[in-house]
Design a protein around this ligand. Structure first.
Ligand SMILES: [Fe+2]
Length: 313
């Protein structure tokens, strides 16, 4: 009978968590100042010059509008349209879209997104969900909250981070995300009136001002919400929740990603799409099978990158 403890020992490279590789990547992408913003404020806005290679965001928007049209029968009208779901603070949401078009693989594998989210959550982070949101005018503000789904006090190191592509311009009147700078260091959730923000009352929360093509990334502990949209038309955005692999994922990509998708991406794509996660097992044989499957992807990544993911280092 195979020993599951020995199965985990891959004899992989011994680099602790790939910090040297990560800083090389951060410097090569020119992301140092955005890392500094993140450390200070708990969020950063990466401009289109870095975040939007080959007009990625316009291509994401075109595909998302087509998927929405296929699913609902109505193509969202960015200039004059209304959300179908007017009772939601985020408007209409398209879920389960990663497998529908290779452009979403590009959104996930975007070097700037990976470098910043790896800085926050480590090389073993995974994609928990990827969805499109189209939000129209309403009176509904999204109150302040954290995305770390735990009671206070929260762990100070990020368990997760949210990455938002602005597919249309973000500003206060358009209903942009707001942040309370530095709140990630408080390591707790807002309570009561602390959840309010605005001109007259509540927290000092700053609305994101970012042109279409920008990428907003924030620490899971950062207090954030969103202004209600005050102008006609729709705010369009793509949201990727990235998290440490030990957390339960929102969307299920395990064993659902095709060989074709895996082959056209680097080995990290398999790690990011949950292939190296070890799901709950039924018995010893099932455990061995699931660990063996996970190690296939872990070993391929470790050999390709020289970065060790294994728990035994
Ligand atoms: Fe949130």
């Amino acid at each position: 009978m195979p020993d599951t403890e020995n199965l985990m020992d891959t004899g992989a490279p011994t680099t602790e968590i790939g910090l040297d590789e990560l800083w090389t990547e951060i410097r090569s992408l020119g992301l140092e100042s955005y890392i500094k913003d993140l450390d200070t404020d708990g969020y950063t806005v990466i401009p289109p010059e870095i975040a939007n290679p080959d007009n990625l965001c316009q291509r994401l928007l075109d595909v998302c509008l087509s998927i929405a049209e296929t699913r609902s029968g109505v193509r969202p009208d960015l200039l004059n349209g209304k959300s179908l779901n007017t009772n939601s603070v985020v408007g209409d949401t398209l879920k389960g879209i990663l497998l529908e078009d290779p452009v979403f693989e590009e959104a996930l594998m975007n070097p700037a997104l990976l470098a910043i989210s790896t800085y926050l959550c480590g090389y073993d982070l995974v994609l928990s969900s990827l969805n499109f949101q189209a939000k129209s005018s309403s009176e509904l503000k999204f109150k302040l909250h954290t995305d770390t789904r735990l009671p206070s006090p929260l762990p100070t190191r990020a368990l997760l981070c949210k990455c938002i592509y602005a597919l249309t311009d973000f500003n206060q009147d358009n209903g942009s995300t707001v942040f309370v700078p530095g709140s990630q260091r408080w390591a707790r959730n807002p309570v009561g009136d602390e959840k309010e923000f605005g001109e007259q009352t509540g927290q000092h929360a700053i609305p994101t001002v970012a042109p279409a093509g920008s990428l907003i990334i924030f620490h899971g502990n950062t207090w954030h919400g969103a202004y209600n949209r005050k102008v006609s038309g729709l705010r369009a955005s793509l949201h990727l929740l990235m998290q440490r692999s030990m957390l339960r994922c929102t969307e299920d990509f395990y064993d659902r990603v095709s060989e074709e998708m895996l082959e056209r991406n680097s080995a990290r794509f398999a790690i990011l799409t949950q292939q190296a996660i070890i799901p709950p097992y039924i018995d010893h044989d099932d455990q061995v099978a699931k660990i063996t499957r996970a190690l296939k992807y872990t070993s391929t990544f470790e050999q390709e990158s020289g970065i060790a993911l294994s728990s035994k280092r």
